[in-house]
Design a protein around this ligand. Structure first.
Ligand code: HPA
Length: 236
């Protein structure tokens, strides 16, 4: 089925078997401009944009996922199912639920907890936790060790809601479910990987703290993201 409803690319060979997925399509462009050679642009229907190029001779596509589980759910499904993508590594930002995590720390997601009905609705599982691919996480861990980038390997919360009415609710989620940070996409990505027998992983940079209310500036965020991108790229 080409093009798919959301990825306007008729030649599926232009999409690599491994996709790096930031939330923001401008970040996908930044990765392509900064790290990749021989870049071609992949058009998507809603200006999400992707880029395929080479890093250390390895072919890779970078494409924005958009924000939230419905959005990453659509793009990652079409990539896995119709474009023969085998591995997707999300690279995103998160808010810290604990003082143990500092701004710019990098997290490798082991499990995503979610109250979302995404996996159940899809028919994958009614469980509230989904795991990242162990083999992808091993590769990422090795790459991080080589680069000297410390990783926090832990459980995170994939939330359906950014603006909660109760600002203290995160404390219960941290305590009850063991989630150390919050983002809004991994659970759906992992559900799609499970549904389609593919591999998914997620690296996150701490961009704000629900405990201390510190937040990063966009310039600082860009630099911190570079570390995480390098870990992802060196794991290819
Ligand atoms: N909440 C949800 N998603 C996020 C946050 C947050 O505080 N920070 C970065 N992604």
């Amino acid at each position: 089925m080409y093009p798919t409803p959301h990825i306007d690319q008729e030649n599926k060979d232009l999409i690599a078997k491994t996709v790096l997925m930031p939330g923001d399509p401008l970040r996908a462009k930044y990765i392509a401009d900064t790290f990749l050679t021989d870049v071609v642009q992949i058009n998507t229907v809603r200006n999400m944009f992707g880029y395929t190029g080479y890093f250390n001779k390895k072919k890779v596509t970078v494409m924005g996922s958009g924000m939230g589980m419905p959005s990453i759910g659509i793009y990652s499904y079409e990539l896995f199912r119709f474009y023969d993508v085998e591995k997707i590594i999300r690279i995103g930002s998160c808010g810290a639920y604990t003082d143990d995590l500092k701004l710019y720390d990098v997290i490798l997601v082991e499990k995503a907890y979610s109250e979302s009905s995404y996996a159940k609705t899809m028919g994958v599982t009614s469980r509230k936790y989904l795991s990242a691919s162990k083999s992808l996480n091993q590769r990422i861990t090795r790459a991080a060790e080589k680069l000297g980038t410390p990783l926090h390997v832990t459980t995170i919360h994939s939330s359906d809601v950014f603006y909660r009415l109760n600002p203290n609710e995160f404390k219960d989620i941290h305590k009850t479910y063991g989630a150390d940070a919050v983002e809004m996409e991994s659970f759906a990505l992992f559900a799609n990987a499970k549904a389609l027998n593919k591999k998914a992983a997620c690296l996150l940079t701490v961009s704000d703290s629900l405990v201390t209310h510190e937040a990063t500036t966009s310039q600082e965020r860009q630099e911190a993201f570079t570390k995480m991108m390098e870990v992802a790229l060196h794991s290819l």
